[in-house]
Design a protein around this ligand. Structure first.
Ligand code: HPA
Length: 244
């Protein structure tokens, strides 16, 4: 049986909690992933870990080689993916520190290599359910089980807007995302989720709200980093429970 893979970005460039067994260096047919895939144990469970932007956070969201990242996980024997996103909250109830397990997404990115299709091998995948129901349930159950009294709940469902970045949005852009039905906004969920589907890897995500989206409250990059750091431990606990 394969291992569950964790793919995480901002705030998780290193996963110090991982008991490292092996680092899988090397390239894929699509190029080199942002970092070597790490095999190890998280809370006793066997997992794979990939730092989405690289261990030094050297690849911006639009510059990540998502195909290499996903292929490296597939080659390493991943059976599914738990992704971590940091996001801005569009929905008014999603104050910084909230966690959301999205059920759907809208892709606003452009110019990213977003498919494994090649001439002669055209791949069409069904995105009716971009996030796997079984993995979502695992994340939600772990989130509920581990919720501290003073912690905001883990929200079941949300629509993740993936923007191009690396800049944040203008208020009018966020208004547009809201009109489109999006409740959170980040920069890395696509093409990751579509590529996972092309490789037949079920994927679900937990999104940490680190700021109100533009025009919804003050944005401070400093405050965002602080919320990301504060939410980190909680997310790792949830992941460790969900991979069992
Ligand atoms: N917009 C896009 N991506 C983000 C945001 C945001 O407000 N916050 C964290 N990642």
């Amino acid at each position: 049986m394969g291992r569950m893979a964790i793919v995480a970005g901002t705030g998780f460039d290193q996963l110090d909690e991982l008991i490292l067994e092996e680092e899988l260096t090397g390239s894929t047919v699509w190029g080199t992933p942002a970092a070597p895939v790490q095999r190890g144990r998280l809370g006793g469970a066997p997992v794979l870990f990939l730092s989405r932007h690289g261990h030094q956070h050297q690849f911006a969201p639009h510059a990540v080689n998502y195909r290499a990242n996903l292929q490296a996980l597939k080659d390493a024997g991943a059976s599914g993916i738990l992704a971590v996103y940091t996001v801005g909250g569009i929905d008014a109830g999603l104050v910084p520190g909230s966690l959301v397990v999205p059920h759907d997404l809208v892709d606003y990115t452009w110019g990213r290599e977003s498919s494994f299709s090649t001439e002669g091998n055209v791949i069409h995948v069904d995105m009716t359910e971009p996030f796997d129901a079984g993995l979502r349930r695992r994340l939600l159950a772990a989130g509920r089980e581990l919720a501290g009294a003073d912690e905001p709940p883990v929200v079941d469902g949300g629509v993740y807007a993936c923007t191009q970045g690396p800049r944040l949005e203008s208020p009018a852009e966020v208004d547009r995302l809201e009109r489109d039905g999006c409740t959170v906004v980040g920069m890395t969920g696509m093409p990751e989720a579509a590529l996972a589907r092309e490789l037949d890897l079920p994927i679900a995500a937990v999104a940490l709200v680190v700021n109100p989206a533009a025009g919804r409250g003050g944005i401070s990059l400093d405050a965002m980093a602080k919320v990301a750091a504060a939410g980190r431990e909680r997310i790792i606990r949830i992941l460790a429970a969900a991979v069992h």
